[in-house]
Design a protein around this ligand. Structure first.
Ligand code: DSN
Length: 417
């Protein structure tokens, strides 16, 4: 029998065509979704490699299948690089993504029915920090904390009061829609006062953290989880950092507690991303993400947009559209037609429902990966304003889309050819 192994375009033209369309969409649009980025060609090569073929349940030198000569080396290299980059005592690179990483924290430290605390989803927290529709809100007694009405910042007095009243097993500090720096030391003090495990979820900001652009929770929190594909700019994956004393519990929770074989192609791509993040150019990149977010926020503010908390310290901006004649969903859909990709998002104390809320969430990690700077951010703010002022106008949308496509052609996107 001869081996028939055609290229994708020959073997499955339908999927090949769809991938080509997505390639063009990512190339020709301004991608402002705060949790997205462009993985480099090197990261893409590693994630598309033969490592996808190998099963390797267990950890290096303690596996349940033979043939691990290469996989052990890949996983050890990924771990060694991440330990150096983040200054961590222990790293697990096997979580399939951020949510499984967070579930591993529950499995390591909690029993069903225990009390846990996290920032409520409507205030900018994540589903897996105890939101009611998530299993983390169903299997644990979730006590969410919020942000202040006056300035939309996390209310550490409320965190302390709730922690003292409810004595949680785990306190989460971490966000998906919060534009300000997190005070990990303040959370640590509270966790110490009530004897809780402190878990930091840095999924959004791990690229900023390892570049020194946001304070690090490593060495402060007991355990730190992250995805690997947001500001960190790696493949879709997850990682968990912990103090040595929690290493065995975390490893047991990931495997065999929650998962089977790790995705070795992803582990290799995480190692590649870690290598990229160790280069001086990554620090420059991370600083530029924040500069761009601040610049974009300032121009939007000058055009009458209300930013939740009044601005940003990181890669993310949350716009409250209440003073504009457009809701979050209509805004996001009109912008998408014009080639600016965002997501509608609740704002703190939002009177509207999550499926058509008052806010729009944007972020600058992906546009900064294309080398776009503050001058382009001003243009983007202008385009957003034009579209949001006339979201039903197809002529405005078409004109803006044409301008965007021209500008995008000047800024090649990593990994997109
Ligand atoms: N989906 C991610 C985000 O957009 O923030 C969180 O899981």
């Amino acid at each position: 029998m001869t081996t028939f192994d055609p290229k994708l375009a020959e073997s499955d033209p339908d999927i090949a065509k769809l991938i080509a369309h997505e390639n063009r969409r990512e190339r020709d649009s301004i991608r402002l979704i705060a949790s997205e980025n462009y993985a480099s060609r090197a990261v893409m090569e590693a994630s598309g490699s033969c490592l996808t073929n190998k099963y390797s349940e267990g950890y290096a030198h303690k596996r349940y299948y033979e043939g691990q000569q290469v996989i052990d080396a890949v996983e050890e290299l990924a771990i060694a690089r991440l330990k150096t980059l983040f200054g961590a005592e222990h790293v697990n690179v096997q979580p399939y993504s951020g949510s499984p990483a967070n579930l591993a924290v529950y499995l390591a430290f909690c029993n069903a029915g225990d009390t846990i605390m996290g920032l409520g989803l409507p205030a900018g927290g994540h589903l897996t920090h105890g939101h009611s529709v998530s299993m983390t809100g169903k299997y644990f007694k979730s006590v969410p904390y919020g942000v202040r009405r006056s300035d939309s910042r996390i209310d550490m007095d409320e965190v302390r009061a709730l922690a003292k009243e409810h004595r949680p097993k785990v306190i989460w500090c971490g966000t998906t829609a919060y534009p300000r720096t997190l005070d990990f030391n303040a959370f640590r003090e509270i966790a110490n006062e009530v004897g809780a495990i402190l878990a930091a979820d840095i999924a959004h900001i791990s690229g900023l953290v390892c570049a020194g652009v946001h304070p690090s929770p490593i060495g402060i929190a007991d355990v730190v989880t992250s995805t690997t594909h947001k500001t960190f700019r790696g493949p879709r994956g997850g990682m968990i950092f912990s103090k040595k004393e929690h290493a065995a519990a975390i490893d047991r929770a990931v495997f065999p507690g929650l998962q089977g074989g790790p995705h070795n192609q992803t582990t290799a791509a995480i190692a590649v991303a870690a290598h990229e993040a160790m280069q001086p150019s990554f620090k420059t990149y991370a600083r530029a993400i924040v500069e761009n977010a601040k610049a974009l926020g300032e121009v939007l503010t000058s055009r009458g947009y209300n930013l939740v908390t009044g601005g940003t310290d990181n890669h993310l901006i949350l716009i409250d559209l209440t003073n504009k004649s457009v809701t979050g969903k209509v805004a996001a859909q009109a912008l998408d037609r014009a080639g600016i990709v965002t997501n509608y998002n609740s704002v703190p104390f939002d009177p509207r429902k999550p499926f058509d809320p008052s806010g729009l969430r944007i972020g600058t990690a992906a546009v900064t990966s294309r080398g776009m700077g503050v001058d382009v951010m001003a243009q983007i703010a202008g385009w957003m304003d034009e579209v949001l002022t006339a979201p039903e106008s197809e002529s405005v949308v078409t004109r803006v889309a044409n301008e965007i496509s021209k500008v995008c052609s000047k800024y090649p996107a990593p990994g997109i050819y």
